[in-house]
Structures are given as C-alpha cells and as structure tokens.
Design a protein around this ligand. Structure first.
Ligand code: NAD
Ligand code: UDP
Length: 310
C-alpha cells in the first residue's frame, strides 16, 4: 500500500479518486482549499483511519512524505475558472511548481490532470495527443488553457532536467455524481434545470460538439496511468470518443428525466470550442483502457444523484 496525495481531492473527480484509493487500503491525503470542492463529497471517507484531509492552497509550498501525487487542484468549470482568472493561472502554474518540487524532494511519482482545453478550439478533428492545439492566448478561457499548457511544460522540464517520474493525462469532458449543481457545466446545468422544470439553456445554436466520459471510467484510466510502466510519461488522452451536439444532449436529458422543460437559446460565450473528440488509441495500447459506461447509463446514474441533492 502507498502514501498518496490527491490535490483537489474534495472536488468532483478528486472525490471519486480518493474513494477508490482509500478503499484499496492506501494512506490517502486529500489536499484542497475548498474553492469549488465540498466536504460533502468526501464526508464518508472521514471515518477511515487511512484518509486525511488538509485545507491547503497549492499556490503555497507543501511539505509531506508521499509515494505518489495526483495533481487535480484547479477549478474546471468555465464560470468558476473565469471568476478569478489570475488565481486560476496561479493555481495551475504555481500549483504545478509546488507539487513538482514536492515530488522532487521526496522522489514521488506525480500525475498531472491536464485537459482537452490544451487543444483550444481544435482545427484537427478528432484530437490525437500529437496535435499542438489552437489556443487563444488572450481570451477569457486562456487563464485555464494556457495555465494547463504551462503546467504540462513544467512537468516535462522537471522530467528532462531532474529525471522526475511524471505522468500527464489530458482529460476530456467528464460528468457524474458529485458534480456541483451550481458549477455551470453543461451536464449539471441541464439535469438540474430539467429536474426543476426550468428551461434548458443551450448556448449558441447547440451545434457545438463534446464527448463525455463517465467519472468511474475516467478514474480507472487515471489509476492505470499512475501505475503504468516506468518511462511512459504521456501525455495521454482520457475521454469517451462518442461525440454529440449540445442540442442532442439537451434533448436526451429531457427524455431521461421525463421533464416538461423547454429548450431556450442563450448567447454563445467567446472562444467556446466548436468541436471536441479524443483519439484514445494511445490509452488503449498503453493502459488497456477504454470507457465502458455509455451516455444513457451515465446520465441515468447522474440524474439519480441530482434527484437526491437538489
Ligand atoms: P472541481 O472544480 O470539482 O475540482 C477541483 C478541486 O480543486 C476542488 O475541490 C477545488 O476546491 C480544488 N482547488 C481549486 N483551486 C485550488 C487551490 N489553489 N488549492 C487547493 N485546491 C484547489 O473540478 P473537477 O472536474 O473535479 O476537475 C479536477 C481536475 O480535472 C482539474 O485539474 C481539471 O482541470 C481537470 N479536468 C476536469 C475535466 C472535467 O470535465 N471534469 C476536464 C478536463 C480536465
Ligand atoms: N453549454 C450550454 N448550456 C449550458 C452550459 C454549457 O449549451 O448551460 C455549452 C457550452 O457553451 C459548451 C458545452 O456546453 O459548448 C460544454 O460546456 P461546459 O462548460 O460543460 O464545458 P467546456 O466548454 O469547458 O467543454
């Protein structure tokens, strides 16, 4: 069993990851400043002797003994990362520097949760890891996109300069239980709106596409990447390659919730990517990983979660 630090462990994905690692018997330290995370997500883990929670901001140094670090700390929904964009950039960049420094001091393996946003508004479709992206450096999404790109740069420089044992995953849109009902991402917005009988807010004409991965599949991929063969650094795409439009998603949510809500159209935010779909050949080949839970099943489980919390 290992000592494992999960930054951002009280957030949506982090809480599922902590649960998996704790139940396996590892000593897990969840590090979170609770900006978008919530104690409720990890409440049931507090009863375990092998789980510890530290309120800490990753823009500050952290001294702790550990074998592995999963670096997830960073707001991920556009409204939240745009709320204080300078802080978002600091979290990505200084957070990466501090966690890489920690990994170097204690000789830990470290995994960075990067994002499909490093491809920006992609002109190559679907996106393989070799695509270098099409990112606006001065737009409203840049604090996140460029912050994550700089974090990847730092990971690879620590690897080249200090021989650090790094792993980089690029996560594509992920959804499931423990999403914050107010965090503004599309799946949570649509489900909450449908359950409350409110209008579903489709931005633009709804023709933009995404490919959504259920959180349980994603966590399995993260875990496999962390424990993959030495020398395999990635970056590796993790996501579900089934692509659909946001209008189709809205219709599916209405159907599954049997809601009487209507669809309304709102202004498309600037720099909103028009298409997104991962190539996951590398994850299949190196990690033997591919998603198993398809949209309808994942949405049903997520709807059941939101029915209980809202
Ligand atoms: P989330 O907002 O639910 O979780 C982020 C967590 O990080 C929260 O618990 C928050 O409180 C914490 N945090 C934020 N700033 C911090 C700081 N300065 N110090 C310490 N903790 C801090 O989002 P999520 O969806 O769980 O995302 C987790 C990670 O996965 C993020 O790094 C995100 O960029 C990445 N990712 C997520 C998706 C997705 O679709 N969910 C897609 C691509 C990448
Ligand atoms: N979106 C939407 N209605 C909403 C929230 C989001 O139509 O209430 C759209 C948004 O414009 C984007 C897609 O859904 O095209 C995914 O948005 P999200 O914020 O979930 O993630 P990201 O844009 O970072 O992929």
């Amino acid at each position: 069993m290992k000592r494992i630090v999960v930054t951002g462990g009280a957030g949506f994905i982090g809480s599922h990851l902590c649960e998996r690692l704790v139940k396996e018997g590892n000593e897990v330290v969840c590090v979170d400043n609770f900006f978008t995370g919530n104690k409720k997500n990890i409440r049931k883990l507090l009863d375990y002797d092998n789980f510890e929670l530290i309120r800490h901001d990753v823009t500050k140094e952290l001294y702790i003994e550990t074998d592995q670090i999963y670096n997830l700390a960073c707001p991920a929904s556009p409204p939240h990362y745009q709320y204080n964009p300078i802080k978002t950039a600091k979290t990505s960049v200084m957070g990466a520097i501090n966690m890489l420094g920690l990994a170097k001091r204690v000789h830990a393996r470290i995994l960075q949760s990067s994002t499909s946003e490093v491809y920006g508004d992609p002109k190559v479709h679907p996106q393989p890891e070799s695509y270098r992206g099409h990112v606006n450096p001065i737009g409203i999404r840049s604090c996140y996109d460029e912050g994550k790109r700089m974090a990847e740069t730092l990971f690879f420089d620590y690897h080249r300069q200090h021989n650090l044992d790094i792993k980089v995953i690029r996560i594509f849109n992920t959804y499931g239980p423990n999403m914050n009902p107010n965090d503004g991402r599309v799946v949570s917005n649509f489900i909450v709106q449908a359950l409350k009988g409110e209008d579903l807010t489709v931005y633009g004409d709804g023709s933009q596409t995404r490919s959504f991965c259920f959180v349980e599949d994603l966590v399995e991929g993260m875990y496999r990447m962390m424990n993959s063969r030495e020398g395999f650094t990635g970056p590796v795409n993790l996501g579900n390659p089934v692509e659909f439009t946001m209008l189709e998603l809205a219709q599916k949510v209405i159907e599954l919730t049997e809601s009487r809500s209507r669809i309304v159209y709102r202004e498309l935010p600037s720099d909103d990517p028009t298409q997104r779909k991962p190539v996951i050949d590398l994850a299949k080949q190196e990690l033997g990983w591919e998603p198993r839970i398809m949209l309808e099943e994942g949405l049903k489980r997520t709807i059941r979660y939101f029915e209980q919390v809202i």
